[in-house]
Ligand binder design. Structure first.
Ligand SMILES: [Zn+2]
Ligand SMILES: [Zn+2]
Length: 328
């Protein structure tokens, strides 16, 4: 391969007006001479090019952003006597390989060559939060969802409907939320919560070897404490998503699409935000418990999007987000 002439080395002398370095993934992109800031997308990660800086956290700790409700609910789980040995038994029965099969049967593995822009987004989320890259799968599924599971080695699965619905920035937000579960050390308990949820109502659970441990977990109150925690853990990961996309409105619009489905293009975003604020205002402390009980009983894997967007707005408006962005 011929060596570049020193004056052609773009890594030290970017040609101003002709190339723009992606603030997210670092790829250098050739742009037209009449390029206007923000009016083109990166060829690698497909995110919008911009002159704005993008912060990568050198030393982010989960306690820097974890939501107080997540902390409180996790403490309640950990206070149950015998929790660790019960969960260990549950996960011993399923094992890492069973979980991987359950989560990724019929899924496509995302690699630097397979869906490279998705892989680049995973890399951005991991580099920003400081997390080792997990395996990422894309699964054909009409339900707009994504999840993270595993025991020793976490994996992330994105449903096809999610990718089809969201734009590139919103897809980054969802991936960053999932990477947040890894960073916040949720994965083991989250996997246990999903397993319990999946097995608890299945009649064949009586026939499979894990049924005794499921009965034990339900009887010791661990199932409800764990499921309650798993919904509140989502609020921490919405914050992690914000730390990666670094624009609260990307999170807001993602939630709007989750709430409004295919009609999201016709929904007024400002009114949606207002609805979120009003929703939160109406729920004082005494109503909060009832709210979470409703969410639990409704069998949702995530809290309502309206609630989530209100929580993210509050995180920004109290100045907590900005303080963390300025730290280090
Ligand atoms: Zn890029
Ligand atoms: Zn989540």
């Amino acid at each position: 391969m011929p060596r570049k002439r020193p004056d052609a080395d773009e890594s030290t002398t970017p040609m101003k007006g002709h190339s723009v370095t992606c603030r997210f993934c670092g790829q250098k992109n050739a742009v037209k001479p009449d390029y206007v800031n923000g009016e083109a997308n990166c060829g690698r990660c497909k995110l919008p090019l911009s002159n704005e800086p993008h912060k990568k956290f050198a030393n982010l700790h989960k306690n820097d952003y974890v939501h107080p409700l997540d902390k409180k609910a996790l403490a309640a789980v950990k206070a149950i006597p015998g929790v660790d040995s019960a969960l260990k038994k549950l996960l011993e029965w399923t094992g890492e390989s069973a979980i991987r099969v359950m989560f990724m049967a019929s899924a496509v593995k995302v690699t630097p060559n397979q869906c490279p822009d998705l892989y680049a987004k995973l890399e951005i989320a991991c580099n920003t939060l400081g997390v080792e890259k997990p395996d990422l799968y894309l699964q054909q599924n009409p339900i707009v969802n994504a999840f993270t599971g595993g025991v020793e080695k976490p994996i992330i699965v994105l449903h096809s409907a999610l990718i089809e619905r969201l734009n590139d920035e919103e897809t980054l937000a969802v991936l960053a939320h999932e990477v947040g579960h890894i960073h916040a050390e949720h994965v083991l308990y989250l996997t246990a919560a999903r397993l319990i949820e999946a097995l608890i109502n299945v009649s064949i659970a009586r026939l499979i070897p894990g049924s005794e441990i499921i009965k034990l977990i339900v009887s010791m109150g661990l199932a409800s404490a764990l499921l309650n925690w798993s919904r509140q853990a989502e609020l921490s990961c919405d914050r992690a998503a914000l730390l990666v996309v670094q624009d609260p409105h990307v999170i807001g619009r993602t939630m709007m699409k989750l709430a409004g489905g295919t009609f999201a293009s016709k929904i007024d975003y400002d009114l949606f935000l207002e609805q979120g604020r009003e929703f939160k205002k109406n729920y004082d402390e005494s109503r909060l418990d009832r709210f979470w009980a409703d969410v639990m009983n409704s069998g949702l894997s995530h809290p309502f999007p309206i609630w989530r967007v209100a929580e993210v707005l509050e995180y920004v408006e109290t100045g907590e987000y900005e303080a963390l962005m300025e730290k280090e």
